[in-house]
Design a protein around this ligand. Structure first.
Ligand code: NAD
Ligand code: IPM
Ligand code: MN
Length: 347
């Protein structure tokens, strides 16, 4: 397999290094050998070359590699004159590759914290439109600024379908085992979200075996903390999904636990939910579990299911047995290397 790696900024290189070791060991155990190819990307790349991604990289991601593993990118000090960050790759990769589904599983591993109820749901975040379509085209002057949110029928239909198909493949919400998709929207106030909900309801009828559920965005934020065991799959707009996925991370041991996939019809890439955590860079304290589990999602996506499961099981056993403990601030007691070793020794 040829896997492209964007090691990214801040804690990115440490995390991608860790995930590469785990990926290689897990694949090797199944007779798969992996060739890793470095592709530069992010804030450092922007500072050095004037562009956040190398020439031709998008085309290579689509055609040359079997899979792409991405570290977190971006540095708050590397900005465009309009005030937005120059080193983030969200628009370049998600729109450039049309990876319309941002799949963000939130699962509490045994041993991480006592909650009294299981947490195991997936946020399906629309990844190519919504408020983020305004990226680069918002208006700003000294007195006012505006960005426009756009939802299209094609865009909403495909993300809602993706969510229902995913719910069919999953075993159901942890509390009652019901396969359920929750539409998270602000249709009580905004027309765009009323449009999103109407299309959700149209498509839900085509999946009578999956329960269609609704939450307004504010109530969803409350219930994801107060009653997380209710949720199975959630589907929502881009910006709302961005916020809820960090909120979910806080309930399962922090951002360093949470992986994600950016999935489209012809391309996909896998990365942690979090950013480059500049204050942790170089300290060896960041939790690489997010990046390691992103590697497992990558393997699952390319059909290397046994190797993917091997990684998930090793991660779970490392936490369940107490070999890895996360502090309240989300850093593991045994450090980045300790987590990597604990996982590899259990593959
Ligand atoms: P962040 O996600 O980097 O950090 C938020 C908090 O989580 C910090 O306290 C950080 O220390 C902690 N944290 C993050 N990852 C961790 C890990 N693996 N282990 C332990 N703790 C961890 O968010 P931020 O500080 O707002 O952003 C930093 C930079 O990252 C910005 O440039 C931002 O634009 C960028 N960013 C990139 C991505 C991405 O590449 N997908 C995602 C989010 C933010
Ligand atoms: C994420 C990040 C990105 C987003 C940023 C860095 C562009 O926060 O992947 O969640 O807002 O989508
Ligand atoms: Mn985010």
């Amino acid at each position: 397999m040829r896997v492209a790696c964007i090691d990214g900024d801040g804690i990115g290189p440490e995390l991608v290094g860790s995930a590469r070791e785990v990926l290689a060991a897990a694949a090797d155990a199944d007779g798969i050998s992996i060739e890793f190819v470095d592709e530069p990307g992010g804030a450092r790349t922007f500072t050095e070359t004037g562009a956040p991604l190398a020439e031709g990289a998008l085309e290579r991601f689509r055609t040359t590699y079997d899979a792409v593993l991405k570290g977190p990118v971006g540095l708050p000090e590397v900005r465009h004159p309009d005030g937005t960050e120059a080193g983030v790759l969200g628009g370049v990769l998600r729109n450039g590759l049309d990876t319309y589904a941002n799949v963000r599983p939130v699962r509490l591993l045994p041993g991480v914290r006592e909650t009294g109820s299981p947490i195991n749901y997936v946020i399906v975040r629309e990844n190519t439109e919504g408020l983020y379509l305004s990226r680069g085209s918002g208006v700003r002057n000294d007195h006012a600024a505006s960005d426009q949110l756009l939802m299209t029928r094609v865009g909403v239909e495909r993300i809602v379908r993706f969510a229902f198909e995913l719910a069919r493949k999953r075993s159901g919400a942890p509390k009652d085992g019901v396969q359920r998709v929750t539409c998270v929207d602000k249709s009580n106030v905004l027309r765009s979200f009323a449009f999103f909900r109407a299309i959700f309801d149209e498509i839900a009828v085509q999946y009578p075996d999956v329960e269609a559920d609704h939450r307004y965005t504010d109530a969803a934020a409350h219930d994801l903390v107060a009653d997380p065991a209710h949720f199975d799959v959630l589907v929502t707009e881009n910006f709302v999904g961005d916020m809820l996925s960090d909120l979910g991370a806080a309930t399962v041991g922090g951002l360093g636990m949470c992986p994600s996939g950016n999935i489209g019809g012809t391309a996909a890439y896998f990365e942690p939910v979090h950013g480059s955590a500049p204050s942790l860079a170089g300290t060896g304290r960041a939790n690489p579990t997010s990046q390691i589990r992103s590697a497992a999602m990558l393997l699952e996506h390319v059909g290397a299911t046994a190797a993917a499961r091997r990684i998930e099981a090793a991660v779970e056993s490392a936490y369940a047995g107490g070999a890895v403990r996360v502090r309240p601030d989300g850093t593991p007691e045994c450090g980045t290397e300790g987590v990597t070793e604990a996982v590899i020794s259990r593959l």
